[in-house]
Write a protein that binds this ligand. Structure first.
Ligand SMILES: C[S@@+](CC[C@H](N)C(=O)[O-])C[C@H]1O[C@@H](n2cnc3c(N)ncnc32)[C@H](O)[C@@H]1O
Length: 271
């Protein structure tokens, strides 16, 4: 843990148990805010062939398959060097677009797919804060660990900095815009519902809000937001059951050696 700006922070890393191959040594940045800098990602991906943030597809496939059908058009935001798009392709989804702000990640992803003879996945450079797609054009938008990047320098998670709020709003409004009516946004995240919900339930956005968790001891969040389906009295499917965050001890031990920085109020976790 480290103390920054009076906040007690959880300094942790790649969420547990991920696979990587040909990873560059020393990929962790000096400070969390580097994750907001595209050149950090370019440098990292130049050395890193594969790194799977949070968990790989096998851990949440059962959840994806509830919402994604082979005929769906899918946009993956912030693909990095993940094999999520390949896994979706293997599961029969043929219309996949993956994007990332890192030109290096995009180029490496293209080469990898080409090397494997995989066709059908379009890969392009795009900023999630200004998605270069028409309105209403995807059935599914999916991201894993990408929105989390916007929170690395958010300050107090209960009262994030205005700049963080603006960026998250810009991202979500863009995702909402490119989704078809009744399309679904799937956000796979480390961020806990009590910190994410206020963003997902912005009055400008029409989607419903629900989530599941996955993972063994440590829980990751699988948010599902269905455009045009917000009910005024909406409650989470787990409502009635108070969300109990994992014990801080576990978080600390499990994530301490990893290279991603999650900012979490320890007081809140211990509450
Ligand atoms: C934590 S990594 C997650 C990568 C991948 N989704 C995974 O699960 O392994 C965050 C990714 O978001 C990308 N990224 C960061 N800022 C972005 C932005 N503004 N627009 C699009 N992608 C961005 C990074 O280049 C990086 O690939």
């Amino acid at each position: 843990m480290a103390d920054v700006d009076g906040e007690t922070l959880q300094v942790s890393g790649q969420p547990a148990g991920e696979s990587r191959s040909s990873a560059g040594a020393g990929t962790a940045p000096q400070s969390a805010s580097a994750y907001l800098n595209p050149s950090y990602w370019d440098e990292r991906f130049a050395e890193e062939e594969h790194y799977e943030w949070l968990k790989d597809y096998s851990h949440f496939r059962h959840l994806v398959r509830r919402h994604v059908r082979p005929f769906h058009s899918v946009l993956e935001v912030g693909c990095g060097s993940s094999r999520l798009s390949e896994a979706l392709l293997e599961d029969g989804v043929s219309d996949i677009t993956s994007c990332d702000i890192s030109e290096v990640a995009v180029e490496m992803m293209r080469k990898r797919l080409q090397g494997k003879g995989l066709k059908g996945i379009k890969v392009l450079v795009a900023d999630m804060l200004s998605l270069p797609f028409d309105d209403d054009c995807f059935d599914i938008v999916i991201e894993k660990g990408t929105m989390d990047v916007l929170f690395v320098d958010s300050g107090d998670p209960w009262n994030p900095r205005l700049e963080t709020v603006d960026k998250v709003k810009a991202m979500l409004e863009g995702v909402h815009r490119v989704l078809k009516p009744n399309g679904t946004f799937i956000s796979i995240s480390f961020g806990q519902p009590h910190f994410r919900r206020r963003f997902f339930e912005d009055p400008e956005l029409t989607w419903s809000f629900e989530y599941e968790t996955f993972g063994e001891e440590f829980h990751y969040f699988f948010y599902v937001l269905k455009k045009g389906q917000r009910a005024s009295d909406e409650t989470n499917r787990d409502s009635g059951e108070e969300f109990i965050p994992p014990p801080i001890q576990y978080l600390h031990e499990e994530l301490e050696d990893e290279d991603f920085i999650f900012r979490t109020s320890v007081d809140e976790l211990n509450a």
